[in-house]
Structures are given as structure tokens and as C-alpha cells.
Write a protein that binds this ligand. Structure first.
Ligand code: PLP
Length: 396
């Protein structure tokens, strides 16, 4: 096999014998669904992040839904969300009958623009629709602008949820990203920084949110079903306090998550090494003026390595560039096609591209290069060589 022509995937989970062993242990235990493993994963995750409460769920989407439901979002309520994100961030507001209000991204950043956010808060207030909260996203694992968004939430009395799907683990001066608001939600989807296949975790310091989320993630049952079967003092009887959801995490997933959590620092180290090499090679290359690289940051999970092409200096479009990389065996992705361009949101809320100039500009240039813990130095060098060749060939 010729390694140099093998396809390099955009992302690849890093799972080994310890994860396999953990799944076997659960399979052989006779208890597959939410139980001792999920409970242990929650405790270990809370300890890791410093959050008073951690609640395991079967996806970050489920976690975001539970968070906004517990924060009281109902029909007609408005929540500010970035347009430059995955649909989960906004759709969970719709699940509750509320309306997401889309905010442009800050020029030069991948995160929500505090100035546009405040403008939209004031416009809502002027129209008599008091906004209820903000869901902010740490895109790629970068908390850029978060402090200013948090100031806005405090100034206007809005709840704040961190969509921290990309942001584990990110140590900031104030604590772990995800723990700096009313509730933070992490994703353990297959390509995330740690994975359980599908899964997520909600963290909060608020006792009221913890209580509501605990019940709502499992049908609105007033206590954990697990106790029903394993606690000898528990009886078969339980109550339903609300029409809840089926969002609990299985013990098989949790067992994998516990191993991945132990490896999180090692994974981050490998991502950092990869990012440093990308920045060193591409930053020092003759084509460095034809692309914008992410700025190096310590407090970043480096879930994604997002670059922006200087398309005005090139004869190739972003899509054309992606096609050539694919032909050369390099997987890429685009984060994100903004939500205001998606037909559902565009039609339902009559959104126009010109209302989101920064997101439109970013979308036309942005792509994510491969980044995962198993990416080798040789692979990064090959990716950089192809990027340089393609950019040089299409220089105007
Ligand atoms: C920013 C963001 N939020 C939420 C999610 C949803 O995560 P999950 O797939 O765990 O529901 C994703 C998934 O990619 C995401 O990128």
C-alpha cells in the first residue's frame, strides 16, 4: 500500500483496547441502559470540569433541548442564536415553540457578534417582544467574544446557554468553557474531541435546572429508573411529573465516555501538535497571503482547523478548492453553511443574506482541514503540500 496516496479523512475517532474492554464489561454485566456507568461518567465529568452538576444525555441536541426547556422557553419566546452554527443550536428553540433570532458573526471571528446581538436585543424590546435568552457557540472550541456576550446577558437579564459541542476541554481564566453560564452542553458525537458514538453532557450549577433536566431527560419520571431496579429500598412505583423525553445515555456509551475522558488531555495534546505544525508550515509558506489561518490560542480545544481562502486573489472558488483536495485524497468539511441560508429558517423567518454580511463572506471562503488525534506528521505535510500547490496554481 502506498501511504502517500491513501485518502486522509477529515476526522477519525480515536478508540483503542481500553474502550473495547469497557464495552465488553458492560455487555457482560447484564445492565446495558442508564446505570452505574452513566452515574460514574457524570461524577467524573463534573470533577473534570469543576461543574457542580453533570447530566449525561444521548446527544448534545437533546442536551440543548433540555436546557432551554428547563429555562422556561415556550411558544412565542425569543432566543438569540448565531446564524453561523449547526442547526441544533436553533432547532431546540423551535422544539419548545419559541423563535430563534439570528445574529451575524463578528468580522474576523467565527463566533457571534456582540454588537449585532445587542442590536437585535434592542430591536426585540422595541417591538414589545422581550427576549428570554442567548445560546452562544464556541465554534471550533474558541471562546472568542464570550465575555462580551455574557456581559450582554447580564445587562439585559437574559439566560445564557453555552453550546459547547466543540469546546471540550477548554480551560479559560474563568474556568472550563461550558461551565461559565446557566448551562453548558457538550457533544460526544463521533467526530468530536471525545466520543461515545452519540452522546452529550449538560453541566450546570443551578439546582433548579438540574432537577428539571433530570426528570425531563427520562419521560418526566420523578427519579432515576436505575434506582427502580438496583436500589433494594426502591419500589416499582414512580410518578410522571411532566411529559418528558427519552434522552438518557446508555451504560455502553457512558463506559466508552469514561475512557475517553481519561484520554482527553492526551487527545488535546495531539490536536495542539497538529495545529502547531499546520501553522508553522502554512504560515511560513509562499502562499500564506492566499489564505487566512486561525490565530494560535492556548485556551482552545482545536476541534476544527478552519481556514479562510483569500478568494479575491484566486481563480478557484472555495467549492472548487474542496473538489481538488478531494481528488487528491484529502477530506475536508465546511463549518458552516449559515442557518439563515437554510430553506426552513429562510422561509419561516423571511431572512435575507444581506442581513448577515459577515457570515456570508465567511461562508464563501471557509473550509476545515483534517484534524484528529491520529493524524500523523507525514499526513499533515502532505495536506500542506497539496494546499500550497493548488493555491499557487490558482494565484491570480
Ligand atoms: C455547534 C454544534 N452544536 C450542537 C451539535 C449537536 O451535537 P449532537 O450531534 O451531539 O447532537 C453539533 C454537532 O455537530 C454542533 O456542531
Amino acid at each position: 500500500m502506498n501511504l502517500s496516496t491513501d485518502t486522509i479523512p477529515f476526522a477519525r475517532p480515536c478508540l483503542g483496547p481500553e474502550e473495547e474492554e469497557a464495552v465488553l464489561r458492560v455487555m457482560r454485566s447484564g445492565w446495558l441502559t442508564t446505570g452505574a456507568e452513566a452515574l460514574a461518567f457524570e461524577k467524573e465529568f463534573a470533577l473534570y470540569t469543576g461543574a457542580p452538576h453533570a447530566l449525561a444525555v444521548n446527544s448534545a441536541t437533546a442536551g440543548l433541548h433540555l436546557a432551554v426547556e428547563a429555562l422556561g422557553i415556550g411558544p412565542g419566546d425569543t432566543v438569540l442564536v448565531p446564524t453561523f452554527t449547526f442547526t441544533s443550536t436553533a432547532e431546540v428553540v423551535r422544539y419548545c415553540g419559541g423563535d430563534p433570532v439570528f445574529v451575524d458573526l463578528a468580522p474576523g471571528s467565527f463566533n457571534m457578534d456582540p454588537a449585532d446581538c445587542e442590536k437585535k436585543i434592542l430591536a426585540l424590546k422595541a417591538s414589545g417582544r422581550e427576549p428570554k435568552g442567548i445560546i452562544t457557540v464556541h465554534i471550533a472550541g474558541d471562546t472568542d467574544n464570550f465575555i462580551r456576550i455574557r456581559e450582554l446577558s447580564l445587562k439585559y437579564g437574559l439566560f445564557l446557554v453555552e453550546d459547547a459541542a466543540h469546546a471540550f476541554p477548554v480551560e479559560t481564566a474563568d474556568g472550563m468553557a461550558g461551565t461559565l453560564s446557566d448551562a453548558g452542553v457538550y457533544s460526544f458525537y463521533a467526530n468530536k474531541t471525545i466520543t461515545t458514538g452519540e452522546g452529550g453532557m449538560i453541566v450546570t450549577s443551578r439546582e433548579d435546572l438540574k432537577e428539571r433536566i433530570s426528570a425531563m431527560r427520562l419521560h418526566g419520571i420523578n427519579r432515576a429508573v436505575w434506582n427502580r431496579y438496583t436500589d433494594s429500598s426502591a419500589s416499582w412505583e414512580y410518578d410522571i411529573v411532566a411529559p418528558g423525553f427519552k434522552y438518557n445515555m446508555s451504560d455502553m456509551a457512558a463506559a466508552v465516555g469514561r475512557v475517553q475522558l481519561k484520554r482527553a488531555a492526551e487527545f488535546l495534546e495531539k490536536r495542539i501538535e497538529a495545529v502547531r505544525l499546520y501553522l508553522e508550515i502554512l504560515g511560513g509558506s509562499s502562499v500564506s497571503e492566499l489564505l487566512e489561518l486561525p490565530r494560535w490560542k492556548e485556551d482552545h480545544s482545536w476541534h476544527l482547523f478552519m481556514i479562510r481562502l483569500s478568494t479575491e486573489k484566486l481563480t478557484i472558488s472555495r467549492n472548487g478548492f474542496i473538489d481538488v483536495l478531494k481528488e487528491r485524497g484529502i477530506g475536508t468539511s465546511v463549518h458552516y453553511k449559515p442557518l439563515h441560508m437554510m430553506s426552513y429558517y429562510a422561509e419561516h423567518y423571511a431572512l435575507a443574506p444581506e442581513d448577515f454580511p459577515a457570515a456570508m463572506d465567511c461562508y464563501s471562503r471557509v473550509l476545515s482541514l483534517p484534524l484528529f488525534p491520529g493524524l500523523t506528521e507525514q499526513q499533515i505535510r502532505r495536506i500542506c503540500t497539496v494546499v500550497e500547490e493548488v493555491l499557487e496554481k490558482h494565484r491570480k
